[in-house]
Design a protein around this ligand. Sequence first.
Ligand code: PMP
Length: 405
Amino acid sequence: TAQFNITSLRQQFPALDQHCNGQPLVYLDSAATTQKPKVVIETIQQYYSGHNANVHRGSHTLTASATAQFEQARATVQQFIHAADSKEIIWTRGATEALNLIAQTYARNTLQAGDEILVSEIEHHANIVPWQIVAEQTGAKVVKIPMLPDCTLDMAAFSQRLSNKTKIVAIAHVTNVTGTRNPVEEMIEAAHKVGAVTVIDGAQAVAHEQVDVQALDADFYVFSGHKIFAPAGIGVLYGKKALLEAMPPWHGGGKMVEKVSFDGTTFSALPGKFEAGTPNVAGSLAFAAAINWFQSIDREGAEHHIQALRQQALEGIRDIDDLRIVGLQPEASLFSFVVDGVHHQDIATLLDQQGIALRAGHHCAHPMMDALGLKGTLRVSLAMYNTAQDVERFIAALHKACSLL
Ligand code: PMP
């Protein structure tokens, strides 16, 4: 891997080189979605310019080549998260779809009335609502793992609420509002002791730490391509093979079947069983290109760079009256804050006018906002392509905004 070099790295992201409201763009919303390096954009262009064909169908050269690339991309994802077998990698539209798939296949067919699904209070709605839907369908109950005032999980409550009624434990690896890194290793081990299956939402983790699903012993692990330099519309469900094999299919259609007749239908082996219809081939190839690119970066250097920027930002805004950092977490790539007495959206608007893009709102985490007693926060989320100058511009813009409000 090459040494971390911010200048050459930044040049690989065309979207960063633009003006927004007459000012050079400062993009501080990478936890919502990252910008894309040229190699990812070019992969999509090249696929549609020269390689486009449907996969796993027909017998011509183009389709064979597209299929080979599509399966190679799956193997790239497998290696990236250290899964044992590429059949354990199911393409989805994103983390959200992967969580719904687990809920509507695994959970819907195993849960019974009275069973419990443990879900943390600091989850994204994508890791809450699918469980509520399947609870409604099966008579199971969603049980909350509450957070502590510092925005970490109440592990005593977790231990207490974990019982032999618990069938599923669904938690984020890293959360999106404060960047809390949940102790997933410990939680997975505890869940397995009571026979529960674990679902880990890795959407915010994969771009910032090395994930090894086998070392974690996660039963399911999900993430989205677009938060790790790949395009939107492609994501991954990892599941242990024995679980995936036992699960019924979800969507019906082409490719997920072995034989269809009006007397009954038999289903394809993994991974095809969960991939009905024509898949997002270009997305899969671009996802693999993003992973290959990401793995060519000095990731440790990149994380140091991000931490230095975060420190710079926190120090630069410390003197603003009534500013509060919400649940500051060590080593996170993001932080949330509020300015008491000022609406977060008003600040976001004034920042936007100065070319600063960040997220303001509830961050799809209503339960966490309720626990915090807040309607929303402002969130600064950093990626390796941000610069000290970006952070300086943010600090100055925030001072200006707060002096006007
Ligand atoms: N979980 C977390 C922690 C997230 O941050 C997000 C995206 N904001 C999701 C799940 C959902 O991801 P997607 O919208 O890409 O499906």
